[in-house]
Design a protein around this ligand. Structure first.
Ligand code: 3PG
Ligand code: CO
Length: 554
């Protein structure tokens, strides 16, 4: 674990390194729908224009971050995993693809565990119905449905969460139609396969980092208790009807349950049933996993705690071993830079607001909660405002996070001060262009506060991002022209993008001859960890992706 001192940058030891991750901040050509370009961002503009040898672009999507293909947009989980781990791992999406293709998923402990309920119980599948490839993929769900029925499941209930965040708003209708088709085919084969409940992902079930347990409770009531304010006889009608409300969108659809002719729910979860949460991504499944698995639980009144056999598509938290049973083993993200630096005496402060807190801690450390060394690390969470859409509070907690980082830097108690600034992403996901522009400006204000503090203490900064979002806010045709409906309105793009992200280094503590190497044109997020280690005065381990920097004589 001991890292060698860097040949040229050994003197970097003792200088504070500020690491800023701008969430959802890609690079794209100037355009009215490029909110980063439109927003007033003097601090970030200065980094780009100021020192061409210390600003560059790096890949943040596709195979560069361990996703199945280069058509896969980047996301925060794989992005922060790569940034923190310095290595490229085949990520959950790809591991599930492989396990389904080979059939190994049905031979594993997790599937055998739930299979024991198939004789008498129902198999419930809960997850995000989407082809976004960020948390789940509908084609994987389709294969799993078929595979489970081939392996003995006789009664299946699907509990859906509609997306509209990683995919276009309104696409929920098409996904429900697609899956209804599959369920009908299973019914033709004698399997009792139906939708049982649903709701929009941001309002039902998929909260993260314990921001708002009510979100999980709404899902619990519908999925487990069979109770929801809206009742329908089929899911397609449910989604279409609920979307008729002019304010409705896929992300925030209210919870609904499917009922029979007498009005009774057709798929509550009861003793003896099996449950699979089919999302591969961890952050927004951990809370439900706790509710399904923990005997002692006080986050909300579960009313009933059915005796079920529960498996996650993956294990979502390696430290908590949550859930205990899972269908596919998660990527073993080991020897992360956080662990190396802690074992080499580096004192770290990490901070973000709740909705991104786990990104700079849990994801950064390879989907591991907790500290490596509590004596050397401090992770601080700023509570996000609950219940107000982010386009109505586009500045979010950017300045508060920056002020915490500033104080940590000026305290000289830390060698690394790391933050995630959420605006580009969280406001970008609302599809609200005006608000996103305000959010980008707030992110720039935050960067300025941090860079000023680094200046004051003679430190070093690294400013980068985890994936694109705010730099392209419109759905485009193949030639790149914004798509418009008959009324001339553009279709907002709520999702991430395939764009590269910037990285800039600098600060008074950076040795004059340090610059980006020119021979790594296709470098990506995984190259950042070695770079940061160098800036702390260490050589990076051999198995890390190469550093982005070199030192030339000046
Ligand atoms: C979300 O979970 O909010 C989106 O699906 C992905 O956003 P993130 O990868 O930036 O967290
Ligand atoms: Co995002």
């Amino acid at each position: 674990w001991e890292l060698a001192g860097h040949r040229r940058l050994g003197k970097g030891k003792g200088k504070v390194v500020g690491v800023v991750v701008l969430d959802g901040w890609g690079e794209a050509a100037p355009d009215p729908f490029n909110c980063i370009h439109v927003a007033d961002t003097p601090a970030l503009d200065a980094l780009k224009k100021g020192a061409p040898e210390r600003w560059r672009l790096i890949k943040a999507h596709g195979t560069a971050v361990g996703l199945p293909t280069d058509d896969d947009m980047g996301n925060s989980e794989v992005g922060h995993n790569a940034l923190g781990a310095g290595q490229i791992y085949a990520q959950g999406a790809k591991l599930v693809d492989m396990a389904l293709a080979s059939g190994k998923i049905y031979e594993g402990e997790g599937f055998k565990y739930i299979q024991q309920c198939f004789d008498k119980g129902t198999l419930h599948l809960i997850g995000l119905l989407s082809d976004g490839g960020v948390h789940s993929r509908i084609d994987q769900l389709q294969l799993l449905l078929k595979g489970a029925s081939d392996h003995g499941a006789k009664r299946i209930r699907v509990h859906i969460l509609t997306d509209g965040r990683d995919v276009l708003d309104g696409s929920s209708v098409r996904f429900v139609e697609m899956l209804e088709n599959d369920l009908a085919k299973l019914r033709d084969k004698g399997v009792d396969a139906r939708f049982a409940s649903g709701g929009g992902r941001m309002y039902v079930t998929m909260d993260r980092y314990e921001n708002d347990w009510q979100v999980v409770k709404r899902g619990w009531d519908a999925q487990v208790l069979g109770e929801a304010p809206h009742k329908f006889q089929n899911a397609l009608e449910a989604v279409k009807k609920l979307r008729e409300d002019p304010k409705a969108n896929d992300q925030y659809l209210p919870p609904f349950v499917i009922v029979d002719e007498r009005g009774s729910p057709i798929g509550p979860i009861v003793d003896g049933d099996a449950v699979v949460t089919f999302n591969f991504r961890a952050d927004r499944m951990v809370m439900l996993a706790k509710a399904l698995e923990y005997e002692n639980f006080d986050k909300f009144d579960r009313v009933r705690f059915p005796k079920i056999r529960y498996a996650g598509m993956l294990q979502y938290d390696g430290e908590l071993k949550l859930p205990r049973h899972f269908l596919v083993a998660p990527p073993e993200i080991e020897r992360t830079s956080g662990e190396y630096l802690a074992r080499n005496g580096i004192r770290t402060y990490a901070c973000s607001e709740t909705v991104k807190f786990g990104h700079v801690t849990f994801f950064w450390n390879g989907n591991r909660s907790g500290y490596f060394n509590p004596n050397l690390e401090k992770y601080e969470e700023i509570p996000s405002d609950i219940g107000i859409p982010f386009n109505e509070q586009p500045k979010m907690k950017a300045v508060e996070i920056a002020e915490k980082a500033r104080d940590a830097i000026l305290s000289r108690k830390y060698d690394q001060v790391r933050v995630n600034i959420a605006n580009g992403d969280m406001v970008g996901h609302t599809g609200d262009i005006e608000a996103t522009i305000i959010g980008c400006k707030a992110a720039d204000d935050a960067v300025k506060i941090i860079l000023d503090a680094i200046e004051q203490v003679g430190g070093i900064f690294v400013v980068t991002a985890d994936h694109g979002n705010a730099e392209d806010m419109v759905k485009r045709d193949k030639s790149g022209k914004p798509l418009r409906d008959e009324d001339g309105n553009v279709q907002p793009l709520t999702s991430h993008t395939l764009n590269p992200v910037p990285i800039a280094i600098g600060g008074p503590g950076l040795q004059p001859g340090v610059r980006f190497r020119s021979e790594l044109p296709s470098a990506g997020l995984a190259n950042v960890a070695a770079t940061v280690m160098n800036l702390h005065g260490f050589e990076a381990p051999d198995h890390y992706e190469p550093t982005l920097i070199e030192v030339v004589d000046k």
